[in-house]
Design a protein around this ligand. Structure first.
Ligand code: SF4
Length: 194
């Protein structure tokens, strides 16, 4: 499980940099907002979904999550939980979400000159333009997508193989479930994936 520990360490570094950037600029998601998840096509690697898969396998929940993934037809992330009244929603596995979800809205990409350019959320741009303007003033200090991608690829080259998030989760559960069964020689939890 050393690989999972190293991935989670990168997630912790991302969270620290995002928090520092938020404190520096005042840019934040509005309370309770989770509208980016259903609006985006979220891609990540099966490797990045290993911490989530590990948690679900330990809980003995993996089979039911695989079933939920199988039933999804519109590509919406399986972890997205819609609020029953206002149809807004939030992440159901926030602590173990992949790097793209941690960085989205508060990170930069590199332009052709190698400078960091803030890539933020269109809702923040529309509803909080002054915060976004201040964040752009400090965009050279923003966490950088490519830096963390390189870090994850350095841990395991498979981090470069991106899939839709639900497919990535399915693969992570299946691969890790098999490894854990082989390692322990027994079923994991009552509903473990095989
Ligand atoms: S893992 Fe969580 S934050 Fe990322 S797309 Fe899914 S619901 Fe949204």
């Amino acid at each position: 499980m050393q690989l999972i520990t190293r991935i989670v360490e990168v997630y912790s570094q991302i969270d620290q940099q995002v928090t520092t950037f938020q404190l520096r600029t005042g840019l934040r998601c509005p309370a309770g907002c989770g509208r980016c998840c259903p609006e985006a096509e979220v891609y990540t690697s099966p490797m990045e979904m290993l911490p989530a898969a590990h948690e679900l396998l330990l809980r003995g929940d993996s089979q039911s999550w695989l079933e939920r993934v199988r039933k999804i037809k519109d590509g919406l992330c399986v972890f997205y939980q819609r609020h029953p009244i206002d149809q807004d929603g939030h992440c159901g596995l926030y602590a173990l979400r992949p790097s793209v979800c941690r960085l989205f809205g508060f990170a930069s990409v590199r332009n052709r000159l190698g400078q960091r350019v803030l890539s933020t959320c269109k809702l923040l741009k529309k509803n909080h333009p002054s915060d976004v303007a201040k964040a752009i003033e400090h965009q050279q200090e923003a966490p950088c997508f490519s830096q963390f991608t390189a870090q994850l690829i350095g841990i395991d080259p498979s981090a470069s193989r991106l899939e839709p998030i639900n497919i990535a989760l399915r693969e992570a559960i299946q691969t890790l479930g098999l490894q854990m069964q082989l390692a322990h020689g027994e079923k994991l939890g009552s509903n473990s994936a095989a």
